[in-house]
Design a protein around this ligand. Structure first.
Ligand code: AMP
Length: 111
């Protein structure tokens, strides 16, 4: 299934890219909830985290490494949130695995 992120990855839709390599793309969220709101996603299509199998765990590690790097670059390494919505009960809107990197303001406590 091609999603809006699939189209961005293929270059069919524009986005503000902040990181890209052969496996991963990071873009600015079009509706930011904080001064820094970046979406980090694998180029390979997975509906969400629950669809990832152990074969692709190295990709998840690389996404975490990209999150660390971007947090530093955007000056939020002292406090940020990295989250993924998984499935309809979480409110996931785009069915292409992505992690929200959010920071740059005091974030409300969750959990
Ligand atoms: P989720 O609810 O986790 O699926 O989040 C989807 C996110 O994608 C939302 O925060 C949207 O603001 C964001 N979004 C949707 N379309 C675009 C787009 N074309 N470019 C950048 N971000 C987008």
């Amino acid at each position: 299934m091609t999603t809006v992120f699939g189209k961005i990855i293929k270059g069919e839709l524009q986005a503000e890219k902040v990181f890209e390599n052969e496996r991963i793309l990071a873009i600015k969220d079009i509706h930011p909830v904080a001064p820094v709101h970046i979406l980090i996603m694998p180029k390979k299509e997975f509906a969400n985290l629950q669809s990832v199998t152990s074969e692709d765990y190295p990709l998840l590690s690389e996404i975490f490494a990209v999150a660390q790097k971007l947090a530093k670059e955007f000056g939020i390494e002292k406090g940020y949130r990295l989250l993924t919505n998984n499935g309809s009960d979480s409110g996931q809107e785009v069915l292409h695995l992505h992690f929200h990197l959010i920071g740059g303001k005091r974030l409300g406590h969750i959990g």
